[in-house]
Design a protein around this ligand. Structure first.
Ligand SMILES: Nc1ncnc2c1ncn2[C@@H]1O[C@H](COP(=O)(O)OP(=O)(O)OP(=O)(O)O)[C@@H](O)[C@H]1O
Ligand SMILES: [Mg+2]
Length: 511
């Protein structure tokens, strides 16, 4: 291959994966050391100061829990003060702190890292694996994000790419990418494709659902929804809580303050959960988890049944189905209108997830996409369609997942773009000065579905300066909100009388 490749990257909460369309037009997952296709999204620094990424980081995380970062995708582009960050702080063994831009920073082996820097390292690892495999330097990629990511989270992923000189040529939504993998394959087998599909994507950290109408190579998202804080990690945590409670009841010892014990429990919880997808009952034993005050070793000796796991995690699955129902309503469709239900994400292998979806839609989910691979494959197909000499034309018509708007008096949220508004999209607002010789105007922009801005994520404080000095109410300011195809917002302002553009600056401040 001599032209500059664009690869597709699925940057997952737990696992990342890359793919490319090769010279013969076939889409291929990029293998790591000959075998595996996924790389754990884990970053660590060992006691010698070496940075470890992927499998190497995962291999040592039981022994080095404080300096091993996982689930970073849940923190990127987040305000430190959000509930999500508070919850993560309680779950993970690595330290989470407030940064200077109302963001989150991590201390790994006494070094400070932003989430962009952590994600950049994971992206860099994927890029290196791809460059080695393709034998050409990889400088460009299409990167997928959860449909339910805000503008700020999307921007952060682009910034992570910049840190390692990887141009993120396009951000696309994970469920949309999965539908592409499905649709383009169908089109290879059929003369025409005209279907409405639901993509149900339950991964390690996030849940997304999109309803997409496929008309040959046109992919039109009708509605999307999700929960950025609902995934396999939460299933594991429900098991961990149960184990801790059981141990406390039996031995009167609280293991939650012991990072190494916690990491061992976490590891086994996930493996047990996965085993319970194919078995009815699995033992849960960890020898020498701690010692009594008298120096006697204590063991964890339990078992889990599939039924038990289902009971512990039923509230999560309920939440996903409530979201599916909402997205159906938003799209104006009913379950009968849906041709296929596509399952994406490792957690959809849990049998009860499939059973409940079968009941909900009155038919079993499709086997048409691979739950671990579809997102990267879709990203690679889209990347291919962006190459100059491409013979693959794809049209993606996506939407914004949550409303974007501004703060009104009293903290109310004034919606500028409602959720599911098609992108790209632009809207204009006309403001006027409110005092004499006013030269600046500020606006706080938020994203979310809450009625009050305090319930939503702050995207930034936009400041427009260089307003013509005059009496109050005499000068108009025309403000344009622009959401691009990637769901990223930019704003600009001009004086409609003179046509002059004003200077715009954005700050993400402490709210
Ligand atoms: N057989 C299985 N049964 C149940 N859960 C499984 C199974 N295999 C994998 N999982 C779970 O799937 C999750 C990982 O899924 P996946 O790799 O799709 O996530 P991801 O892409 O990294 O995350 P996200 O898309 O949320 O960012 C983990 O929580 C893992 O425990
Ligand atoms: Mg995923």
């Amino acid at each position: 291959m001599n032209k500059e490749p664009i690869i597709g990257i699925d940057l997952g909460t737990t696992n990342s994966c890359a793919a490319i369309v090769e010279g013969d037009g076939q889409v291929k997952l990029i293998p790591y050391k000959g075998g595996e296709y996924t790389i754990p999204s884990i970053f660590a620094i060992d006691d010698k100061g070496n940075e470890l990424i992927g499998h190497e980081a995962k291999r040592q995380w039981q022994l080095n829990p404080r300096n091993t970062v996982y689930g970073a995708k849940r923190l990127i582009g987040r305000s430190y003060k959000s509930d999500v960050v508070e919850t993560m702080r309680k779950i993970v063994q690595y330290p989470i702190r407030a940064g200077s831009k109302n963001d989150v920073v991590l201390d790994v082996a006494k070094k400070e890292f932003t989430l962009q820097e952590i994600s950049a390292r994971i992206l860099n690892k994927i890029r290196d694996v791809a460059s080695n495999y393709l034998r050409v330097p990889v400088r460009r990629a299409v990167v997928t994000v959860p449909a339910y990511f805000t503008d700020r989270q999307r921007q952060s992923v682009k910034d992570a790419g910049k840190l390692i000189d990887l141009e993120v040529v396009r951000i696309i939504n994970e469920p949309t990418a999965a539908s592409l993998a499905y649709g383009i394959r169908s089109l290879a087998e059929n003369a025409h494709v005209h279907e409405k599909v639901v993509v149900y994507d339950l991964g390690g950290g996030t849940f997304d659902v999109s309803i997409i109408e496929i008309r040959d190579r046109v992919f039109e998202v009708k509605a999307t929804g999700g929960d950025i804080f609902l995934g396999g990690i939460d299933f594991d945590n429900a098991m961990i809580r149960y184990v801790l409670e059981d141990f406390r009841a039996k031995h009167g010892v609280d293991l939650s303050t012991d990072p190494v014990a916690m990491q061992r429990i976490k590891d086994l919880a996930e493996r047990t959960k996965i085993d319970l997808s194919s078995r009815e009952e699995v033992p849960f034993n960890i020898p020498f988890i701690t010692m009594t005050a008298q120096g006697q070793p204590l063991n964890i000796e339990m078992k889990f049944t599939r039924k038990q796991l289902e009971q512990l995690t039923a509230p999560f699955i309920d939440r996903t189905l409530q979201m599916v129902a909402r997205v159906l309503v938003d799209s104006g469709l009913s379950t009968r209108d849906i041709d296929e239900v596509l399952l994406v994400g490792g957690q959809t292998r849990m049998p009860v997830v499939q059973e409940r979806l079968t009941k909900f839609f009155g038919k079993p989910p499709s086997k048409g996409v691979h739950p671990d691979e579809a997102v990267a494959i879709g990203a690679a197909l889209y990347a291919h369609s962006l190459q100059d000499d491409t013979n693959l034309r794809i049209q993606l018509l996506d939407v914004i997942p949550m409303a974007i708007g501004l703060e009104k008096a009293g903290g109310a949220f004034h919606v500028v773009f409602p959720r599911n508004a098609p992108i790209p999209n632009a809207k204009q607002l006309l403001g006027t000065t409110s005092f004499d010789n006013q030269t600046e105007l500020s606006m706080r922009i938020y994203q979310g579905d809450g009625e009050y801005v305090s319930q939503n994520e702050l995207l930034g404080d936009f400041n427009f300066s260089g307003i013509r000095p005059d009496r109050a109410g005499q000068v108009q300011v025309e403000i344009t909100f622009d959401v691009n195809v990637e769901g990223i917002l930019t704003m600009r302002a001009r004086d409609p009388q003179t046509g002059r553009e004003m200077k715009t600056t954005v700050r993400v401040t402490q709210s």
